[in-house]
Ligand binder design. Structure first.
Ligand code: SF4
Length: 432
């Protein structure tokens, strides 16, 4: 990759005896600074007499981490080898979901879902499978080419794994589907999903049967919460799956439980058809406009999401919102305040059940994926440090500043909603 070669050559001219590992660290720092500040190598690290590796690294760390350089531990700076590969960049062409190859497991080939898929994609190549054949592409960006309709046998329900050492909120997950057609730059699926295809189970009735056998955690809520949006967006494929037509009536009869559809989509026709109930919450991820516009590719904009929220509220559902991930950048507070104001202006306040807040965090592996798939990203420009659970986060000081701004604003604007932090250090959570 040209940018890496240019940085290596510049550093070799400056520090001719630099070992390979030291060179990698400096290349990474130079790359991250030049991407964020739009500066050339000579502007970032001008030639100077008797410069050695330690001095060069210190200069670059100070420039890369101006807020946290003095307070962060040295082992919190994560400087892996920079690896960019244009062939693995995300394909951001706008197009409808139209899989080329569709695999249907023999055991569900006569299911209503299989019938709907046949009608929806007449031009696709259909394959019957015993479920043992590996399907999908090695390239995550090609995942939408393949759809697998299967019968889930094991992975029905589980407590939300949260993040190791974080404060849990007692959430419970049903894994109704895997894969998403949106392209959020921070999405953990791009690092987590090893089968690069969309998977949709045809046996939603078996998922629901397991719920009646389940013992659920409550967390800080009045009733257990169960949701389906961990490995997919809960509604993005609902026009095909029609899961909502089974889920909503099931939970309507179980008012001691709450079900949450978590989405960025406006695919709400199924919900409107079946009609809502107070224990069924439809929640939207919301963000500052620059993050929605630049980092949540192919998703509906904030106004469209809020419009959809108003419609489902009128149909009897309650609403949830997730300020997640909050991204810290210059002027972020004004942008997030604007989003809160838009929500306040448009939404029926008394219908909002909960609002979560969580700052951007990611694993080390995900950082490299984001960098490779979205080389023009701005979300990684912030100062991320290795944290208590091995994830990368903003420093405690920066996160606290974000929460001290946003949490009271949300509580003041929406006094009836439960506002809570998601996947945070208990020491931070207890302050709110
Ligand atoms: S909507 Fe959710 S699941 Fe889909 S790409 Fe964005 S973060 Fe990932």
């Amino acid at each position: 990759m040209q940018v890496i070669i240019e940085l290596e050559n510049y550093l070799l001219a400056l520090l001719p005896r630099l070992g390979i590992n030291k060179q990698r660290e400096l290349v990474r720092l130079m790359y991250e600074i030049s991407k964020r500040d739009h500066k050339t190598p000579v502007e970032i690290l001008p030639p100077q007499q008797n410069l050695n590796f330690e001095q060069a690294k210190k200069i670059l760390l100070q420039k890369r981490y101006p807020v946290n350089f003095k307070t962060a531990r040295k082992d919190q700076f994560y400087l892996p080898k920079l690896e960019l590969n244009p062939e693995l960049e995300a394909d951001l062409t706008e197009r409808p979901f139209s899989p080329k190859d569709i695999y249907i497991e023999t055991s569900v080939k006569d299911s209503p879902l299989a019938d709907r898929i046949h009608s929806a994609f007449p031009k696709a190549v259909f394959h019957e499978t015993d479920g043992k054949t590996q399907v999908g592409s090695p390239n995550f960006s090609r995942r939408l080419d393949t759809l697998l309709i299967h019968r889930e046998k094991y992975d029905f329900l589980k407590p939300c794994p949260c993040s190791c050492g974080s404060t849990g909120c007692g959430y419970n997950l049903v894994n109704l589907g895997f894969g998403c057609r949106f392209e959020c730059e921070y999405c953990f699926l791009q690092q987590y999903q090893n089968l690069h295809a969309v998977l949709l189970p045809a046996n939603v009735d078996e998922f629901l049967a397991k719920i009646d056998e389940g013992a659920f955690r409550m967390g800080p809520f009045d009733r257990p919460r169960i949701g389906s949006g961990e490995f997919t967006d809960s509604l993005v494929f609902d026009d095909l799956t029609q899961y909502s037509a089974s889920i909503v009536p099931f939970f309507r009869e179980r008012p001691n439980l709450q079900f949450e559809f978590k989405t960025k989509s406006v695919n709400i026709d199924g919900l409107l058809r079946v009609g809502g109930y107070e224990n069924i919450v439809v929640s939207w991820s919301v963000n500052a406009a620059p993050i929605t516009n630049l980092a949540e590719h192919s998703t509906p904009k904030l106004a469209q999401r809020l419009q959809a929220a108003c419609e489902v509220a009128r149909a009897g559902y309650r609403l949830g919102f997730h300020f997640d991930p909050v991204v810290i950048y210059e002027g972020y507070q004004q942008d997030y305040a604007r989003t809160v104001q838009e929500m306040s202006d448009m939404l029926p306040h008394d219908k909002i059940a909960w609002i979560s807040v969580g700052t951007l965090r990611f694993s080390r592996e995900l950082k490299k994926q984001i960098e490779t798939r979205f080389p023009k990203n701005t979300i990684l420009n912030g100062e991320f440090l290795l944290d208590f659970d091995g994830k990368m986060r903003y420093s405690d000081t920066q996160r606290l500043e974000a929460y001290r701004f946003l949490v009271p604003l949300l509580r003041k604007t929406f006094p009836k909603a439960v506002v809570y932090l998601c996947m945070e250090d208990p020491a931070v959570t207890k302050l709110f």
